[in-house]
Design a binder for this molecule. Sequence first.
Ligand code: UTP
Length: 438
Amino acid sequence: MTCDAARRLLASCGQEHVLKYWGSLDSVGRKALLKQVSAISAGDTLRCMKALSTKGASAVSTAGGRAPKVAVPTKALKAKWTAAGERELRAGRVAALLVAGGQGSRLGYDGPKGAYPIGPVTGRPLFWYHARKILAKKLQYGKSVPWYVMTSEANDADTKRCFRENGYFGLDRRDVVFFTQGMWPCMDEEGRMLLKSKGEIATSPDGHGGVLAALSRSGALADMKRRGIRHVFFFQVDNPLVNIADPAFIGFHLLEKSEYSLKLCAKTDPFEKVGVPMAFGKTWRMVEYSEMTKEDALRKAKDGRLYHLYGSPAIHVFDRAFLEREAREDMPLHLAFKKIPCIGKDGKSVKPDSPNGYKFEKFIFDLMPKARKCAFLAFDKADEFSPLKNATGDDSQETCRRDMMAKWRRALVRAGVEMRDDAVFEVDEALFGPISGE
Ligand code: UTP
């Protein structure tokens, strides 16, 4: 792209100031800035500016939202779903999709969250535990579960290095497909792109919902189709307990003829920080905990339990065909008002101590209203959800290790192993076999 073309593109979306310091850049700086500008879409930029003026996709009233009908597994139902899911796994029609492009700012770890040394004994990285579960499926069903891993510009190289240095954790590297999510420019309150330096626009990852566009752009969706994938198991990097490609969940999705299925767990606190699915008329929407009124959060059902009992830990199964259909559509933009280091109007670097600009994100659960059918399955939190979000305290490495060992202990005891109460240990699911709770 030439400087003139960049000027024209930026002018078409009111961002000419991006080239304000062009004259002070050397040839390397100019080349890098032109590369960044060439990746900008004027249409997307105008969408961001419009989202800013309307304050994004949030702030919709949650009054009157109905709770979903959530299937609670019985032994018989679980057996039926598992048999159906196992058929799909044996036929090689299941893929795993990991979103691992987040910045992990709360954890404050210097590297991709998936490389965090979570193993209670070995300090093995989070990725190892995911990979070994995926390998366990291949060993059990004889067909690979291809693993699609979304990274971001910031952690792509480190993520790939972690896989390489660990020999892909025993997986066939042809079954691991990396792709990188998009970046959106950050903007000030007037909708002007912020500059990180005189030659660089401040950007941030476009959210876990960016996975759709990234799957399509990178060719990963086409790769899924080529491999004959029908069901896509979606999970987040920070949950070491997740039961990847759970046959019961896949079978449930299939038999329910759902396009988008969600695992939900009962909240232990009405104000727990999880999204809550609600129906408005015939449309589903994920209501974020911050959007819920106190009244909705505390509302009781006839049985005395919370009416909006179930929350979503972002464990989903999608039809691959549904993802393909929706990858052609725009997703809503959500705004986050953040502290963004940038160049001030006087050309000096600013490290703000209060929010000064907006990041734009897409959320995966905004696909809910688009699905012809959503289905909801209850699961036991102790077996499948313990997120790594913070450096200490709740949802930290300490709670993750505790919950990993508690889950393994239950499985080992079920298998007849005698355990000392104070044992510190690890289980390799590729050797032990998949662990899915009772
Ligand atoms: P979180 O919203 O918890 O964000 O991501 P995070 O980046 O891990 O942590 P904080 O909020 O900065 O502390 C939930 C999941 O979505 C992925 C994350 O990698 C994680 O698996 N994610 C999030 C992306 O892949 N891309 C994004 O842009 C945002």
